[in-house]
Structures are given as C-alpha cells and as structure tokens.
Design a protein around this ligand. Sequence first.
Ligand code: ADP
Ligand code: MG
Length: 399
Amino acid sequence: MSDSVSGPDRAVEGFRKVFGAEPEGVWAAPGRVNLIGEHTDYNDGFVMPLALPHTCLAAARARTDGVLRLHSGDAPGGVVELRVDELAPVADDAGGDRGGWAAYPAGVVWALRDAGVLTGAAAGGADLHYTSTVPTGAGLSSSAALEVVTASALNELYGLGLEPLRIAQLCQRAENVFVGVPCGIMDQTASACCTDGNALFLDTRELSLRQVPFDLAAEGLRLLVVDTQVKHELGDGAYANRRAACEAGARALGVRALRDVAYERLDAALGTLAGDETLVKRVRHVVTENHRVEEVIERLDAGATRSIGPILTDGHASCRDDFEISCAELDLVVETANAAGALGARMTGGGFGGSAIVLVEEADAESVGKAVTEAFAAAGYRAPRIFPAVPSAGARRLG
Ligand code: ADP
Ligand code: MG
C-alpha cells in the first residue's frame, strides 16, 4: 500500500476535525507477520516476527483534567469519552461488553496507571485520534498496533521514559486483563521493538531480543502476505484449548513450560505421554516449532535465506497436523504456492483463517500470487489480498 506510512497529515487532519485543536504529535506503530514460531510465545518459547509497513497512527494531545477522549477513523460510533480514574477491568464472569474497540487504548491507560507509571487523578488524560492501514482481524496484529501506538504517545506526552520492551509488556497486560484476550507477548513486542530491515528473534522467557538482518530485496527474494479474508469462529475457543493442552503437557512432563523439553529428547518425552494422542501432537508441535525457529536463525545468520523455505513449509504441516489450527483456505495457499514454485509457505498468526506467508524468488512473485488467486476462485473462496511483507520499523514518533 503506497499510503501505508505516509499518513501523518491524515492523522493531523482527522484530529483537528474531531477535537477542533492541534495535536502535540503523531506516533506510529506497525502490524506484524510472524516468520516462524507459532503458538510458542505462551510456552516460554522462541518467536521471530517482523514489522510490516502498515501502521496504526495516533495524533494526540495531553489533557490536564483526567478525561480520555478516543476517536478512530476506522471504527463507527464517534468519540468515546472516559475518566482515567474510573478505568477498571471488567471481571471475567461479568460477561457483556468491555467497551468495543476503545477497550484496547483505554486498557493501555489503565495498565500504565495500575503499574504506577502514571499517578494522580488526572494523569493519562488525553485526546487521541487513530487512523490505521493494518488490516483488522487478519492475523496481522492491528490490536497490538493500536495498543503500542497509544502507549508510545502517552510515553512521550507524559515524559514516562519507558523502554520499548516495557511498553510491550504493559500493552500485553492491557489486552490480557482489560480487553480479556489471553495473548502472549509476541505481537506487542514486534510492534514496539522491531527495526527496519530485520526480523526480531525474541526469547519469550528471558525477554531477550536480537535483530536478525532479513534483507529480502538485496537477495532477490520476496515474502508475500496472503490475507485469506476469512476468520473462522472456532478460533477463540481453540486458542484457550491449545493453551490448556500445552500447560497439561508441561505438567505431565514435569517441566515449567514446553520450552524446557529439549528437541533431542523429544521422542523420549512423547513416549511418556503415549496413550494421549492429542497431547502428543500438541507437545510435538511446540517442541519442533521452537527448534525450527533456531534453525531459521542459523540459516539467516549464515546468509542462506533461501534455505529457510522448507522449514516454513514444515512449520505449516506441524500447525495443520499436530496443532490442528489451520483451515482449508490456509492449506490451499501453502499447497498452491509451493506447487507454483515458491520456496516455502506457512500460515502465520493464531490460525483458523487470517494470513499465510509465502517466500518466493522476486521473479516468481507475480505468477505465484496469481496461482493462489486463481485457486481461490476455483474453490469458490473470496479473493485473497496479497502484498509483500517488507521488514519495517517498530513504533516511532512521526511528527
Ligand atoms: P488482529 O489483531 O489480528 O487484527 P484482533 O481481533 O486481535 O485482530 O483485533 C482487532 C480489533 O482491534 C478490532 O476489532 C478493533 O476492535 C481493534 N482495532 C484495531 N485497529 C483499530 C483501529 N484502527 N481503530 C479502531 N479499532 C481498531
Ligand atoms: Mg490481535
């Protein structure tokens, strides 16, 4: 998308129109795709996302009266007005509405206050106007982009001095506790900490980060994102179910988390789970997926980018057969792309719809994309949206 990062003027315009004043600044935070390491972030494992050029922008101005006014050009319903000292998470069993889209930014303000980062009755008050080019609900983390851009804006407006990783942790807490989504730490860390031209290796237990050069253009390669534009209902319940299975697996194996099951000892570990075929499959996915992340890093460090293709495809098979989180549309992307000459492909994100990634030679990008689009038409599916994933910068101030 040509307008994916060139929208600060649009954000300022929108702010003026909604709030009748000048913003103090404009901040950006990106969506992401995960190159490898799926459903490992809640197993203390490894992930390797990269930020997209698609960003959520926030034009913002601090207030001194403790009022939080939120507006999104991408959501219906006008301005949402809240008092920061009244923000509180809804109890899990209360059910009902948690505040719609505004729960994401309101949750961030709550998390900053709850952590004692913002203190006093008025602190955290602000006017915020959002406009985003991150597709929502496509597994590209528009929600993390919305949270991280909010935290980044408040960080500067209130001079909080928060480091990107701390921002990611507070945003995860906002999504877990305030919005009520039990996500891991990957999405927020990608949005806050990624850097231009790199994939981000994140050890989710140690919270250690390494920027891994991933200069696709220089190598004549492209990473395509294929947004299937479907989201199967199954997803939410299945996420909780998979998390529970992983915890059960760790308990049965006597380890703190599945990250602690060594790849070299996987067969022995699975032997002790024999009889529970489902548990065997879930554990095998997480342990082999962690190993795939390490393999991908090794290949990238060695400059052998093309050779990660088959590892991506293996990762897809593991998501499909062992973790059982794929769907017909995602499988069709992977099969078709590989048959049309891609170097490798896999689903990315939580699964049950959303997006897949395809690694291709630049020269083949168009024909592979066309093959996928045609296969979708032949299957009677809605046309997918296909665009290149250019490794981009994490959250930043634009103006
Ligand atoms: P994903 O993060 O994969 O895009 P989620 O379901 O986690 O999907 O988050 C999508 C939700 O985030 C939307 O339904 C909406 O509530 C909120 N959201 C994301 N971007 C925006 C935006 N620009 N304006 C308003 N709400 C947004
Ligand atoms: Mg999300």
